[in-house]
Design a protein around this ligand. Structure first.
Ligand code: PBG
Length: 334
């Protein structure tokens, strides 16, 4: 009996281009490099002080002296930037977030120290009021409402003290309308025309920020949620509109946050505008991978590298990730 030929030998064997490391290297469409990474770090008051964060195993809050050393380590690994977040003493939190404007607050002290040690490192400073408000919101609150324009007036002053401390990347994460333009104008009028603005343009009201709120101590304080100013996870066209507005107002780069559940948004922004687009792999994404790895449910290093590569594939030019140092070490090892 004649054995039928059809279908026995595939004309194209996709597996040939996967058969060894050399050919996989040659045909790789995207590459992850240490150049793509920004390391988010938490600052705490004191000297020689470090504190673990329960919901983020492996991440620590560091006092200014230690964060400067840690920034040096990151820089030595080749990481081009650090993003700073302060844990503010609850006694310094007020409803008007006055501490945000203190030129000597933790954020500004850390910025000054890192800038002195590492003149070339990118220092990304978050602009938003939540680490400083007694109610945990990113803006000023009156009668259960977050006030837009009044908040922008404060954000502008917050951005200015950060620029004066030596921050070269102002990163508004507050989601108030019109803040990019207001900050741009203020920076330009005060001799800081070279300070860039990385706008958290598409920031969603997400459940993935939980561990971060423990890290900066804003979670227990938070009254209600942030859905009246952060984006609805159902929306995608709206993200493009946010980006268009922020670019128009003078943003140099835009950011999507969270990262992994929003790769489609990164792709759409990248294709529509072709502007430097960053992904923020947020605290909850870090903790998910970490927790599963710690339980032996998956290979943490593998999941980490794969998740970072996914951002590149989606079109991100850079990634804020709590894995930055671990990933940089892995990349160095090859
Ligand atoms: C707040 C801010 C948040 C994060 C960065 N800036 C939390 C929030 O909006 O409640 C979250 C980052 C993370 O989860 O890693 N302005």
């Amino acid at each position: 009996m004649k054995v039928p030929h059809i279908g026995r030998y595939p004309v194209t064997r996709m597996r040939r281009n996967r058969s060894n490391h050399s050919v996989r290297r040659l045909t790789a469409e995207n590459r992850l490099s240490v150049d793509d990474l920004i390391w988010p770090a938490f600052v705490i008051d004191g000297k020689g002080k470090k504190e673990g964060i329960e919901a983020m195993p492996g991440v620590e809050r560091l006092s200014v002296d230690l964060i400067t050393e840690a920034a040096q380590e990151a820089w030595d690994l080749g990481i081009p930037g650090i993003a700073l977040f302060p844990y503010t003493d609850p006694a310094k939190k007020t409803s008007d977030a006055f501490e945000a404007l203190n030129p000597d607050n933790l954020m500004n002290a850390a910025t000054r120290a890192i800038r002195k040690a590492l003149p070339e490192m990118m220092i990304v400073c978050d602009v938003a009021l939540d680490p400083y408000t007694s109610h945990g919101h990113d803006g000023l609150l009156r009668d259960d409402k977050i006030l837009n324009d009044e908040t922008v007036d404060v954000l502008v002053r917050q951005a200015l003290v950060q620029a004066e401390a030596g921050c070269d990347c102002i990163a508004p994460s507050d989601m108030m309308d019109g803040r990019i333009q207001a900050i741009r104008e203020t920076l330009d009028h005060s001799g800081h025309e070279d300070v860039r603005i990385i706008s958290y343009a598409a920031k969603y009201a997400s459940g993935f920020y939980g561990p971060f709120r423990e890290a900066v101590g804003s979670g227990t304080a938070l009254q209600g949620d942030k859905r009246t100013y952060q984006m609805d996870p159902a929306n995608s066209d709206e993200a493009l509109r946010e980006v268009a507005m922020d670019l128009d107002e003078g943003a140099d780069m835009v950011m999507v946050k969270p990262g992994m559940p929003y790769l489609d948004i990164i792709r759409r922004i990248h294709e529509t505008y072709g502007v430097p687009t960053l992904a923020y792999q947020v605290s909850g994404e870090y903790s998910m991978i970490k927790a599963a790895a710690m339980n032996g449910w998956m290979d943490g290093d593998k999941a980490m590298m794969e998740s970072l590569m996914a951002f590149k594939r989606a079109g991100a030019c850079g990634i804020l990730t709590y894995f930055a140092k671990d990933a940089a070490k892995r990349l160095k090892e090859g």
